[in-house]
Design a protein around this ligand. Structure first.
Ligand SMILES: *Cc1c(COP(=O)(O)O)cnc(C)c1O
Length: 485
């Protein structure tokens, strides 16, 4: 398998230009207008079929949830039901202009209104903004809300956010973005927040805590009530990073556990194609007392009419143009309506069941970072394989590609050495999951008997082991290295 990028043969052509594209202009006029080229552009000279086949072939090299198993921990790669795509593509949604008058936009406004209500029902918060375009932007929004709230309380000295060492990197990054400082809280042997360490870091300067629950090790923070009590006691707010909401939806309403603010990742928990920087949606939910600070405008419903309410003088402002990534919001709404309350619960159950099955099977061959039941994901540490056989997480990840699987997340969370973080889509069949487990077990055997195979993997892909730093710093994206004229 090789991809040829240069099919160009001098004299070939796949187009025909009109005889005279400017019939009403004379040659001197064209020259005077400065639109005549002095030399021909250097474009590939190819036939139409060459172009069609080249791009169609490239498209088949893509790997996605629709083509293969995708156990990417922390990212929740869901099967994206095709009905979501059909509904999002309906002309009433895809063709509507955001500046349409409100009387003509009742359909989409009602979807946004209903989606907000559903999210409130599922997670227990009083209101949501749908504006943020990703989880990270949701975190930023949530922290702006925290900041505005503390300012109004006269808590101007508060400038610290507590973040566990297992947290996603976006948490401390968002804290820095709002001009506050991160103080890291240690995890204990169970992988949850170490309460003693947390107590030692509480002070009047603490504005709040950001907590992912279940956390990035896939473990439920069972001390959440106590953590929330401790943080509230010093007048801090408790933020739920809801990126792992797919493990608890239908079972846990975070607002009832003391969380004051949250973000969701609709592109993870409620299905939408993502990855590669595609569009997402990171709605932010708040409890009653924080509603005035939400981004405006907000969709409201009065006397049978949906409209946009701008009257939020304490609002932190706009976080996105118009209404956010509306196409993603429509997909999430369809997903929620299709599954219903029971279906969402079942999706959480399957995510947790499959993760525990895989964890149990793999624990006979690998060291798992945490003991006991996990939620929707778990982490393998290859510390021992590295010490005994010189095999690193990246070697196993690359070798999995030879077996036809997308690798799991590696080197995250940061507090686990040589981490492989596995999260299975809840819709996978037992056969697929078994074949992935078998591949990992086969790789473990290779690790002991033929470690060199792993060092050089992947062997059966278009591109072998890349120097990833060089590929990122010196990308070669053109079909010829010399610049076009
Ligand atoms: C994915 C993720 C984020 C960030 O969300 P994006 O939508 O990628 O910006 C934050 N926290 C956790 C735990 C995540 O898994």
């Amino acid at each position: 398998m090789e991809v040829i990028f240069d099919y160009s043969v001098s004299g070939k052509s796949g187009y025909r230009l009109p005889q005279d594209p400017f019939p009403n202009m004379s040659f001197p006029e064209l020259e005077a207008a400065g639109i005549l080229r002095k030399e021909l552009p250097r474009l590939p000279e190819v036939s139409e079929m060459d172009v069609v086949r080249h791009y169609t072939h490239l498209s088949t090299l893509n790997y996605g949830v629709d083509t293969g198993y995708y156990p990417l921990g922390s990212c929740t790669m869901k099967y994206n039901p095709k009905i979501n795509e059909d509904v999002a593509a309906m002309p009433g949604f895809s063709g509507i202009h955001p500046l349409h008058v409100q009387e003509d936009s009742q359909g989409i406004l009602s979807v946004l209104y209903e989606l907000e209500k559903r999210l409130c029902q599922i997670f227990g918060f009083a209101a949501f903004t749908l504006q943020p375009a990703a989880g990270a932007q949701g975190e930023y929004t949530g922290l702006l809300i925290m900041k505005a709230y503390h300012r109004d309380q006269g808590n101007l000295h508060k400038d610290i956010i507590l973040v566990p060492d297992s947290s996603h990197g976006t948490n401390p990054a968002s804290v820095t973005c709002v001009g506050w400082q991160t103080v890291t809280v240690k995890s204990n042997a169970q992988g949850t927040v170490d309460l003693e360490d947390l107590r030692s870091k509480l002070s009047d300067r603490v504005a709040g805590i950001m907590l992912t629950n279940p956390n990035t090790l896939g473990v439920f923070e069972t001390d959440i009530l106590e953590i929330a009590r401790l943080v509230h006691e010093i007048d801090g707010l408790v933020y739920w990073d809801g990126a792992n909401g797919n493990a608890v939806m239908g079972y846990m309403k975070p607002a009832e556990y003391g969380f004051d603010i949250c973000h969701l990742n609709l592109h993870k928990t409620f299905s939408t194609p993502h990855g590669g920087g595609g569009p997402g949606a990171g709605p932010v939910g708040v409890i009653e007392k924080l509603i005035p600070y939400l981004p405006a405008p907000r969709v409201v419903f009065n006397e049978g009419v949906f409209s946009l309410d701008q009257a939020y003088p304490l609002s932190v402002g706009r976080l996105h143009s118009f209404f956010g990534n509306v196409g993603i919001l429509v997909r999430a709404y369809v997903y929620i309506c299709t599954l219903g309350a029971e279906g969402l619960k079942e999706a959480s159950e399957n995510a947790v069941l499959l993760a525990n099955y895989m964890k149990l099977r793999l624990s006979e061959h690998f060291d798992i970072a945490t003991q006991g039941l996990c939620k929707h994901e778990f982490v393998i540490s290859l510390k021992r394989e590295k010490k005994e056989h010189g095999i690193k997480a990246i070697d196993v990840a690359k070798r999995l590609m030879d077996f036809g699987f997308h690798p799991p997340t590696i080197y995250f969370p940061l507090n686990i050495p040589e981490a492989l973080m596995i999260e299975t889509p809840e819709t996978e069949t037992l056969e697929t999951i078994e074949s992935f487990i078998e591949a990992l077990i086969a790789i473990k055997t290779e690790c002991i008997e033929h470690p060199e195979i792993l060092h050089e993997a992947p062997h059966h892909k278009i591109i072998g082991r890349l120097d990833e730093v060089k590929a990122a710093k010196e990308p070669c994206l053109r079909y010829v290295l010399t610049p076009f004229l």
